[in-house]
Design a protein around this ligand. Structure first.
Ligand code: ADP
Ligand code: MG
Length: 753
């Protein structure tokens, strides 16, 4: 009877039909679901406003005053009824478009009313259309439930008569029938330490708040709980990974690393680069599989960290791979790395979609017999045919472009089930650490409740290679700074390193906003810069939906630039997605070599391209780009010693959001600050793409506003698992139970890593 897992038809008044509708429209199936279906806003009738306090927002307000005058005003179609409403501080108008006659008769002049509704603001005065009204005498007689919850609804629900009021009745019945069945999910210790109210009380406060304060306490408790259990899953997954997945041991730093570091390093590493490298070295020497995310803003110097890590692998007898999201990038990595390694006894090759069959075959062979040390490429690396002799480290650059599934595929590139042949290979033949396991691999909890979660978790942890060979260490590099709160939620199961320092001597890129009408001065600026020997990018948007139009813009732009910068004095490159890879590469190379002055392109050059002599980035229709894209684009310049510029061209008319984006870009070059603004503008789901939104599908917490609670929740989860990794202590029994319940249903695992 009190089981919250019962379908909602157990609640008085909910028919099968309505239950079905609630499920298809809102995903509410069980009593528990309904209990956790939280109001998305509240009507606050605890506050009274005075007319001179009103603000032009579209919030709903409650006012006490009197009607002094009523009139009918003719308008284009019919008429409207207007009442003058006044309190001690001012006057405003109440307006009706419907039921005018009836209302006019019912209204009482000069008697105090409580009115409630949304405000309109026009020409400095306020009006309220169709207010809710009660005589003060009536108002005082009624028992007021202060805050009224409003639940999300859909058109279908509304037309089936499932109103907000009805949902409230259902939830009221639910509370009456099931109140005793609501179990506490947190331990006494945590409740006390975090000063949280009980689960029952919190739910009651959130569905039927008596005051703002009670509501806030209830929400806080439920937000903490929600974030805590997500963090508990992520932190536990990370621990489990560390305890269970054995890693290849890179025992020593050998000649390749040392010689390169001493004799071939083109610059001194920054402090941040050194620190990150240390973190990686610690990981790969530990015997535990590395699963690390390396965040570093554009230009922070991730490539050299990748290279040095690969040298570590090679020094220990293993191969290394570096995967990039586009051919241009892969090629660029290849060129940069091959150049840096030219005096080293190390073999490097490039594999992309356009690698010729014959070359491909040589690569496959060299990979399999171990004579090729480093393979750089695109997702072509993931093809079945690509098998390594002994892959020790796989690096993925700019990870947000790769799907999660692709990341997982890299695991399978380990050697075949014969003994690994590298010299530094551990001879133990099992990559699962078993007998000494601190964390049990067995499901938590009783057999009947443990079905889904843990078992599912086990399945999602690939055990590497074909059977037992340790999987390659994984380093994922991303140039898209992720706000900390988001990183904690999305990658809470990964270890994170951050390069938070740019190489020395970089000049801050000057960013300006120019309207299309100021194009002449921009052209002049371009000429001046070219005369100084600089090169320029001009980037056009390319959005899939308007592809045809965008290409037209690009070609028109290319033509007009060709007119302004005529040959032979000026040379212009153009690169866009419809060109073949060879043609693109050819044009890129002309620009890289300095043979062309201007590169006209769509966003294909967005990520990673490195041409230090290019010092001006002009973004056309900048209002159509997202913040992270603009940031990426700007990161293409400022790579050399010269002062660099970014010019954001827009039309005169901008949406508020576009204005904020442009303003943010002009004001800061800090990728993390930009990411924070982006998160606020777009919300976490949009920021990270839909495939990861599962983790972000929060019911009550908000990653933007509740960062503080998130930190506490994560800290609490870590502390708990440190003390009691399997949640076996009696005091943690409730947590364990709730955890099992949750992992059984939540698909968090399949979404990440
Ligand atoms: P990203 O993190 O965007 O991949 P890169 O690795 O491409 O950055 O580095 C950007 C530029 O900075 C390159 O030209 C690289 O040679 C240079 N660079 C990297 N680290 C340093 C350093 N410590 N000192 C000076 N220049 C550096
Ligand atoms: Mg890079």
């Amino acid at each position: 009877m009190h089981n919250l897992n019962n379908p909602i038809t157990y609640i008085n008044g909910i028919s099968v039909q309505r239950a079905t509708l609630l499920y298809t429209e809102l995903g509410i199936k069980t009593c528990r679901d309904l209990l956790h279906f939280f109001p998305f806003r509240y009507i606050d009738k605890t506050q009274f406003y005075q007319i001179n306090q009103l603000q032009p927002s579209n919030a709903e307000v409650q006012i006490v005053g009197k009607i002094t005058h009523i009139k009918s005003v003719a308008q284009q179609k019919g008429s409207r009824l207007v009442a003058t409403f006044q309190d001690a501080t001012g006057t405003m108008e109440l307006v009706w478009f419907k039921g005018q006659k009836w209302i006019a008769n019912a209204l009482k002049i000069n008697e105090p009313y409580v009115i409630y509704g949304k405000l309109n603001h026009f020409n400095g005065s306020f009006s309220m259309p169709h207010p809710e009204m009660q005589l003060v005498t009536e108002y005082q007689k009624k028992l007021q439930s202060a805050m009224q919850p409003v639940y999300a609804s859909t058109e279908k629900l509304a037309s089936a008569g499932i109103s907000n009021k009805l949902i409230r009745t259902y939830i009221e019945s639910l509370f009456k029938q099931f109140y005793d069945g609501i179990e506490e999910t947190l331990s006494h210790e945590i409740l006390k330490e975090q000063q949280l109210i009980s689960k029952k009380e919190a739910l009651l406060n959130v569905h039927f708040p008596k005051s703002q304060e009670a509501l806030a306490k209830g929400q806080y408790r439920l937000k903490f709980e929600e974030l805590f259990f997500i963090q508990l899953q992520l932190v536990r997954k990370n621990l489990l990974h560390k305890t269970r997945i054995k890693g290849i041991v890179f025992k020593s730093v050998g000649d390749n690393f040392n010689n390169f570091y001493k004799y071939h390093l083109p610059f001194q590493l920054t402090g941040a680069q050194k620190r990150v490298l240390k973190e990686i070295r610690k990981d790969v020497a530990s015997g535990i599989h590395m699963n690390r995310l390396l965040q570093g803003d554009v230009g922070s110097g991730k490539t050299i960290v990748a290279l040095l890590s690969m040298l570590l692998a090679i020094d220990n007898g293993f191969q290394a791979a570096l995967m990039a999201p586009t051919e241009i990038l892969a090629t660029q990595h290849f060129n940069a790395i091959a150049t840096m390694l030219k005096d080293m006894p190390i073999t490097v090759d490039l594999l992309t979609g356009s690698t010729k069959t014959k070359k491909r075959r040589t690569i496959h062979e060299a990979l399999e017999n171990g004579s090729l040390h480093i393979l750089i490429g695109t997702h072509a690396l993931l093809e079945e045919k690509v098998q390594f002799y002994n892959l020790g480290l796989a690096i993925v650059d700019e990870q947000h472009r790769f799907g999660v599934a692709q990341r997982a595929k890299l695991w399978m590139k380990s050697p075949s089930p014969t003994l690994p042949k590298g010299k530094g290979v551990s001879t133990e033949n099992n990559n699962i650490i078993n007998s000494t396991t601190k964390l049990k691999s067995l499901p938590l909890g009783s057999p009947e409740t443990s079905g889904g979660g843990e078992a599912q978790l086990e399945n999602t942890l690939p055990l590497g290679g074909k059977g037992w060979a340790p999987p390659p260490h994984i380093l994922v590099m991303t140039a898209t700074p992720i706000p900390r709160t988001l990183a904690m939620s999305l990658y809470g199961d990964l270890d994170i390193s951050v390069i938070d320092e740019l190489p020395p001597g970089r000049k801050e890129i000057k960013t300006v906003h120019r309207f299309d009408s100021q194009r002449l001065s921009v052209l002049k600026f371009m000429r001046d810069e070219i005369a100084k020997g600089r090169q320029i990018y001009v980037v056009y948007p390319l959005i899939e939906e308007s592809e045809v139009l965008d290409y037209k813009d690009l070609m028109d732009g290319f033509e007009s630039i060709s007119r302004e910068f005529p040959m032979p004095k000026y040379q212009i490159s153009i690169v866009h997605g419809k060109m073949t890879a060879e043609k693109k590469e050819f044009e890129m190379q002309r620009f890289v070599k300095g043979e062309t002055h201007i590169m006209v392109a769509t966003t294909v050059i967005e990520v990673g391209v490195n041409v230090p002599n290019a010092s001006v980035m002009i973004v056309e229709s900048a209002e159509r780009f997202g913040l992270s894209q603009l940031h990426q684009l700007r990161g293409r310049v400022g790579r050399g010693a010269e002062q660099s510029y970014c010019i954001l061209m827009t039309s005169a008319k901008l949406s508020d959001e576009a204005k904020t984006r442009v303003k943010t870009m002009v004001e800061t070059t800090d990728g993390f600050k930009i990411a924070e603004v982006d998160l606020k503008l777009r919300g976490p789901g949009n920021l990270m793409g839909t495939q990861q939104s599962g983790v972000l599908n929060l019911k009550i917490a908000d990653l933007i506003k509740d960062g503080e609670i998130l930190h506490l929740a994560r800290k609490t989860a870590i502390k708990l698992l440190e003390q009691d990794p399997n949640m076996q202590q009696e005091s943690n029994e409730r947590i364990k139970k709730a955890f099992n319940e949750m992992t059984k249903t939540a698909k968090v695992w399949s979404r990440i890593s």
